[in-house]
Design a protein around this ligand. Structure first.
Ligand SMILES: [Zn+2]
Length: 138
């Protein structure tokens, strides 16, 4: 279930990454299109990816060292006063499925904010539109 969760604060980010690969789709610092961010694991008690890593962009060819932050996420969907972040397209699909099927998270601290449940139809709509757009781009 962990991988379905949205990422807003650092703790969530760490837990999510622990479950999955460290790769995140980010906005290319040069051309703002989709780029791939990778970093290595750090930490002792809780493993997490270092915010310092490496970015590579297939659109403009840019590659180099990169410092990851929340703003780096390529997939950001504003929902009310909050932002839903997704690491990858698969993460977006999983989040959509989560709300479509009225699923629940087992860990309370990994849950989505209430606001997301209130706006779940909007989330489904926005993700569907984004997925459609991605398909058209390919
Ligand atoms: Zn680029």
């Amino acid at each position: 279930m962990y991988e379905l969760c949205f990422v807003e604060n650092e703790l969530l980010t760490f837990i999510l990454y622990k479950m999955k690969e460290t790769e995140v789709i980010v906005k290319c610092p040069k051309c703002q299109k989709k780029a791939l961010f990778k970093s290595t694991w750090i930490g002792s008690y809780v493993l997490r990816p270092a915010s310092e890593g490496y970015v590579s962009c297939t659109y403009c060819g840019h590659s180099g060292k990169y410092i990851f932050s929340k703003e780096s996420y390529y997939y950001q969907i504003p929902i009310g006063d909050r932002i839903l972040y997704a690491r990858t397209i698969n993460n977006l699909i999983a989040i959509k499925r989560f709300f479509e099927n009225d699923m629940k998270t087992e860990e309370l601290y990994l849950d989505f904010p209430k606001e997301f449940y209130v706006h779940k139809k909007l989330i489904i709509q926005k993700i569907a539109a984004l997925l459609q757009q991605e398909e058209n781009d390919n």
